[in-house]
Design a protein around this ligand. Structure first.
Ligand SMILES: O=C([O-])CC(=O)C(=O)O
Ligand SMILES: [Mg+2]
Length: 387
């Protein structure tokens, strides 16, 4: 059993949207295929991965460092002890040979993308959905019913509050019970009007989360906290710079209701610093680490271990990114749910065809691997790369 090829291509996921920090007019993602020599049900096993959204394609790093290290390793050194499957942990170690610690820049995205494809292949070789395989590995009961929330509410050229209301209404009509919108890309007064418009639209049918995308300094963060605490928000997200743990810690004095952060922390060491120094509260706050951006599931398992050491439940994790990989981790390892972007970043995000949101939850279908084969627009792109 061996990996015979790793292919990658950069794909556009551009749209005219803007958050408080960036626009997505040139956004891309890397799509990766890990081709094995294993045959299951008459088909070659190929694992697929991509890197969520927000960090652009990582083809240079994948081509120049990480894919070659896997392809050049002795094939048997990448297998489980029993030799009956690929071992994601050993493959991870091969990828990270000769990489210094710290400075967790975007190599974590390149590694996370390949890691997703490896786990897809592993679960296909097992002939199981990844969430069932993960639950079995960890001696847990899988729960195929996963909470999802609808992320959107971006700043958009020409979009007024009427269009924002219509967008949020459409999420509620599609079964979501929590919706999210951007803040910090307009004045505080304008954001207040946007929030009030959305709250008026969704009424008691759903709750609203707001996301500042790391834009605020402490003074602005506090000014917004004083405005926001008048509303019954689901969470106040990524308030200041992702690495400014002192700012995050200070916010707990000004904001009692739930806060969320972590989508731009890319290692278990950074996650640990957040828990050590960020004043996050395990009884109400949420952690949004996205494995696709942060060295993959092999590293995410280390992050979950850090959480355990600090007294946090995995149920406080609702990852960023809206991809099926995190859905599987949620269903298999008991995360609190997953993000979803009903109208963005297609075909990469979302659910297998026919999976509908009901009462804010989806039911995972029983597809081998991550489940990409169940999403026709996505698997068409994947098959074009390798099959
Ligand atoms: O706008 C983005 O970069 C995405 C984001 O923060 C989120 O989904 O929470
Ligand atoms: Mg965010």
């Amino acid at each position: 059993m061996r990996i015979i090829d790793i292919r990658e291509v950069t794909k556009p996921i551009a749209s005219p949207i803007r958050n408080a920090y960036i626009d997505f007019s040139k956004m891309t993602t890397s799509l990766v295929a890990v081709v094995t020599d294993v045959i299951r049900d008459g088909q070659r096993v190929v694992g697929y991965g991509f890197n969520s959204n927000g960090r652009y394609g990582q083809g240079g790093l994948i081509r120049e460092r990480f894919a070659d290290r896997i392809l050049q390793a002795a094939p048997e050194s990448l297998l489980t002890e029993a030799g009956d499957n690929l071992d994601p942990h050993r493959i991870w170690a091969a990828m990270m040979a000769n990489e210094k610690p710290g400075g967790h820049g975007e190599r974590s995205v390149a590694v996370g993308t390949i890691d997703m494809a490896i786990w897809d292949a592993v679960a296909k070789i097992e002939g199981k959905p990844l969430f069932r395989h993960l639950a079995a590995l960890h001696g847990r009961e899988a729960d195929p019913r996963v909470f999802v929330y609808a992320a959107g509410g971006y700043y958009y050229p020409g979009k007024d509050n009427g269009a924002l209301r219509a967008e949020m209404r459409s999420y509620v009509d599609r079964g979501y019970t929590v919706v999210k919108m951007k803040i910090g890309g307009a004045s505080l007064d304008e954001d207040r009007r946007r929030i009030e418009a959305v709250l008026d639209e969704i009424g008691s049918q759903a709750q609203l989360a707001v996301d500042a995308n790391g834009r605020f300094d402490l003074e602005t963060a506090i000014a917004y906290a004083k405005m926001l605490r008048a509303y019954p928000l689901f969470w106040y997200e990524e308030i200041g710079d992702p690495l400014d743990y002192a700012l995050q810690a200070a916010m707990s004095e000004f904001y009692d209701a739930p806060m969320a952060t972590g989508e731009n922390l890319f290692s278990h060491q950074d996650a640990r610093n957040l828990l050590r120094y960020g004043g996050m509260r395990p009884d109400r706050d949420y952690l949004q680490f996205d494995c696709a951006l942060s060295y993959g599931l092999v590293e995410y398992l280390r992050t979950l271990e850090v959480l355990r050491q600090f007294g946090w439940s995995p149920a406080r994790c609702i990852p960023h990114g809206g991809h099926q990989m995190s859905l599987n981790i949620a269903a298999g390892l008991g995360l609190g749910g997953n993000e979803s972007y009903p109208d963005l970043f297609q075909p990469y995000g979302g659910f297998p065809d026919g999976v509908a949101v009901q009462d804010g939850h989806v039911l995972m279908p029983e597809l081998p691997g991550i489940g990409f084969e169940g999403k026709s627009d996505l698997i068409a792109q994947m098959h074009a790369l390798a099959r």
